[in-house]
Design a protein around this ligand. Structure first.
Ligand code: HIF
Length: 292
């Protein structure tokens, strides 16, 4: 029997890609380095999956995860993508071991596996993305990813451009339960919750507490009374904006509802602009099993 590492890059007809093996390899790297942040690569992998997808523009169907264009400049050098080299690098040995998977499938699958491993919901994911060559793609303009120092109008402009509504925006924002801000990446500092490697509705329960402007020379950010937790201006708009606020209240009270809505919105995010073959997740006999 051939081990998966012996599979040639151009697989033969009866080759069956083993996505479970890729999932297992991703799970293995998540907590492979105690020294990294809070002991997990999970959050930065989720941020990679989101930033590779969040460039999508529904008006001209450009951007999105298909292509994995963040491998190249100028996208790799955008300020918004600072620090994501760590996430790409940690996945490189997995790409080497399973050369048949595209970077674009691998990066999005890694985000899904990380969320599930951190205690989050199962997220529907299917393969089908292909990678673009460096000279085969028109570079995207910078400015497609959101700017944390801006307001509710900016957040709506960016996420409506991708095709999301207010409820989906708030559901997605719950991902800030995990991870942290880094001074040398975004200029902001700190985690949103006290358990930044556990996926929960904790972002919403924290957001409903008391927040004040942090007194420092850095960019405007908010802190709780312990001074340890942070919120970005765009996070605060989730409670300052009445339409957003109603969903913050809903998800703070109802974890199951949050998990359900988040899973649907995140799956949608990772599929924006991807030219899947025309078939349904579950119904068509030729369709691969959804990687739930
Ligand atoms: Fe984030 N986000 N995000 N984000 N994000 C940061 C970190 C993470 C925004 C800004 C920032 C989403 C929406 C928005 C994650 C996941 C998601 C950082 C800190 C900033 C500034 C980067 C650093 O310094 O390392 C803005 C402005 C958003 C729209 C309003 C998504 C919904 C919440 C779409 C999403 O899934 C994750 C995970 C991290 C933590 C990364 C880490 O390395 O720990």
């Amino acid at each position: 029997l051939l081990g998966s590492s012996a599979i040639p890059a151009t697989p033969s007809k009866d080759f069956k890609p083993d996505y479970q093996a890729v999932r297992a390899a991703i799970e293995d790297v998540l907590e492979s380095n105690d020294e990294y942040d809070d002991g997990s690569y999970g959050p930065v992998l989720v941020r990679l999956a989101w930033h590779t997808s969040g460039t999508y523009d529904k008006n001209d169907n450009t951007g999105g995860s298909n292509g994995a264009t963040m491998r190249f400049g100028p996208e790799s050098g955008w300020g918004a993508n600072a620090g994501l080299g760590d996430a790409r690098d940690i996945l490189e040995p997995i790409k080497k071991k399973f050369p048949w998977i595209s970077y674009s499938d691998l990066w999005t699958l890694a985000g899904v596996v990380a969320i599930e491993a951190m205690g989050g919901p199962q997220i529907k994911w299917r393969p089908g993305r292909s990678d673009k060559e460096e000279n085969g793609c028109v570079p995207l303009p910078d400015g497609r990813l959101p700017d944390a120092s801006r307001d509710n109008k900016h957040v709506r402009d960016v996420f409506y451009r991708m095709g999301f509504n207010d409820q989906e925006i708030v559901a997605l924002m719950g991902a800030h339960a995990i991870g942290r801000c880094h001074a040398d990446r975004s200029g902001f500092v700190g985690p949103w919750t006290f358990s930044p490697t556990t996926f929960s509705n904790g972002y919403f329960t924290e957001l409903k507490g008391k927040w004040h402007k942090k007194k420092w020379n850095g960019p405007i950010q908010y802190e709780d009374k312990t001074g340890e937790l942070m919120m970005l201006p765009t996070d605060m708009w989730m409670v300052w904006d009445k339409k957003f606020r109603q969903y913050v209240d809903l998800y703070a009270k109802d974890q199951d509802k949050f998990f359900e809505d988040f899973a649907a919105a995140f799956s949608k995010l990772l599929e924006l602009g991807v030219p899947f073959e025309k078939r349904d997740f579950n119904t068509s006999p030729s369709s691969p099993k959804p990687m739930a």
